[in-house]
Design a protein around this ligand. Structure first.
Ligand SMILES: [Zn+2]
Length: 518
């Protein structure tokens, strides 16, 4: 392109930005803003929409709430703060899910760090993700620009470059580049000149990657600056609304907390990459192992292959677990994966299974979502499933029961019943060893047993006698240890509901549904 044409295009783009700035309160006013504080509350789709009762697109969406929410922009110092308390809006079995844990995430220039409630601080790396959340320097920068005024302020102050104008459906759409890892798409309404949405991309272990589009609604003036009262962030996965932010109000150019990174943070080593604990191998019985990392995978030896139960948490760990399992028996490789249920922590390693060509067994209800996940492409990021990978894995549906048997081993895969955490789920039973492979039937979490009868109901329903239990979330336990674990959690949950009711609080999941008399 001729230099003059480029200049002309840039002029047109800057013209659009300036007209939008005018509509939002004036070019100089927006360019010279010092601080903005947003007050509100929000809801997140739990596990990116991957934590519902089943994987059906029509399953009711479970939500996580954020309260005491603030976003703080310090434009003079190029700093941003994300503050909120988090609580699950559905019964969660571990205490942390209902602790209203305060998040205080700060970005000071290129330095991301956290402030903990006790006042201590910790440095945060470039990018972190797991089946529950996403964070890091890059993500905080992207959130900081997911606000029409901060975006226009950044462009007017040459902190973000704007390029590639196109017009679609009455919107002026452009690319925004902050640095080599950080770019966004920005859309301004051609008629009103008001910014309509911001869009960006993130890697995600189950989805490969996902596009987040935040639409701004309900602009209102605060000290002459127009700001949205609603932020709706949609994913390109089933059109799920990942994040809904409801604004109570904004304060403009008020004094804010000093967000400068302390020297100890500036000098701290930047954490790199994804944390995977060293994998630990445990022999459960002849031909049965448990490989523990974040969560546990049980490996079962057959005559000419290995079958694994569960690939928890993330792609990278899953790859390592498959590699480790492949070393257990000479000349026997992992060829099959049994998945208990579709929840995104339990399918965090699924893409690695597809990449390894494993045959997949799970409840029939999970086939559609697994095929959908496997087909998802990753144009912007590296992924365990490359473009060339064969994504057409072999799927074996389980309805009530399926037996896998050869001259060495027999296992039974059964449909889970009596469980309000997962409807399309399976567990595995090894009859001649009386081993039960559990994923969230008995051992979802230590603190609270919200479905305390599920384990015994399943054993009774299928007439099973259990001696040992290999779990995903806990260790290998005896049957009696599992019964004690459940009873402890059941007592704690009854205690919790009693206390709450005394305070006139009535939480979802209570009173606990029990199928057995005390
Ligand atoms: Zn689980």
């Amino acid at each position: 392109m001729e230099k003059s044409t480029i200049t002309q295009k840039n002029n047109t783009l800057m013209d659009i930005i300036k007209k939008s700035a005018e509509a939002l309160g004036g070019v100089d006013n927006i360019r010279n803003l010092h601080t903005v504080i947003l007050y509100g509350y929000a809801q997140y789709a739990y596990m990116w929409g991957g934590g519902n009762i089943t994987a059906s697109v029509d399953a009711p969406q479970k939500l996580l709430e954020a309260t005491y929410l603030q976003r703080v922009w310090d434009f003079d110092n190029d700093r941003f703060q994300l503050k909120e308390r988090r609580n699950m809006l559905f019964p969660f079995a571990a205490e942390f899910g209902h602790a209203f844990f305060p998040l205080n995430q700060i970005l000071d220039g290129d330095i991301a760090y956290n402030k903990l409630p006790d006042g201590s601080t910790s440095r945060v790396g470039e990018f972190l993700q797991d089946p529950m959340t996403v964070d890091g320097r890059r993500i905080r920068k992207l959130w900081s620009l997911t606000n029409p005024v901060s975006m226009i302020n950044a462009i007017l102050n040459n902190k973000a470059a704007v390029n590639n104008l196109r017009t679609v459906n009455g919107l002026d759409i452009m690319d925004i580049t902050v640095d080599k890892n950080t770019s966004l798409v920005f859309a301004i309404n051609r008629d009103s000149k008001i910014p309509q949405y911001v869009q960006w991309f993130i890697p995600q272990t189950n989805l490969g990657e996902t596009t987040l589009t935040t639409t701004f609604t309900g602009y209102m003036p605060f000290d002459g600056i127009q700001l949205p009262m609603g932020y709706n962030t949609k994913m390109d996965f089933r059109d799920t609304v990942y994040f809904k932010m409801y604004v109570d109000g904004y304060k403009i150019d008020k004094t804010i907390e000093n967000l400068k990174a302390p020297d100890s943070i500036v000098d701290a080593i930047v954490p790199e990459g994804e944390f995977i604990p060293p994998l630990e191998l445990e022999i459960i019985d002849d031909g049965v192992w448990r490989i523990a990392g974040i969560g546990g995978t049980t490996v079962i030896e057959f005559e000419d292959h290995l079958t694994i139960f569960e690939l928890y948490w993330g792609q990278l760990q899953a790859k390592q677990i498959i590699e480790k399992a492949n070393t257990l028996v000479p000349n026997k490789k992992v060829t099959e994966l049994i998945i208990s249920h579709y929840h995104f922590d339990h399918t965090g390693g699924f893409r690695a299974a597809v990449a390894a060509g494993l045959k997949v067994y799970t409840n029939r209800g999970n086939e559609a979502v697994l095929r959908e996940l496997a087909e998802r492409q990753t144009p912007h990021f590296e992924d365990v499933l490359s473009k060339e990978a064969n994504r057409k894995f072999e799927f074996v549906p389980i309805d009530e029961h399926l037996r896998l048997s050869d001259n060495k081993t027999t296992i039974d895969i059964y449909r889970v019943i009596s469980n309000n955490h997962m409807a399309d789920a399976v567990f595995v039973y090894i009859p001649d060893k009386k081993i039960f492979l559990d994923s969230d039937v008995a051992t979802a979490a230590y603190d609270w047993q919200l479905w305390p009868n599920s384990y015994l109901d399943n054993l009774d329903h299928y007439g099973l006698e259990v001696e040992k239990v290999s779990t995903v979330h806990e260790k290998v336990m005896t049957h009696n240890e599992v019964l004690e674990y459940i009873e402890g959690g059941r007592k704690r949950v009854l205690e919790r509901s009693k206390k709450a009711e005394e305070m006139n609080e009535y939480h979802p999941g209570y009173p606990i549904f029990q199928t057995r008399e005390e």
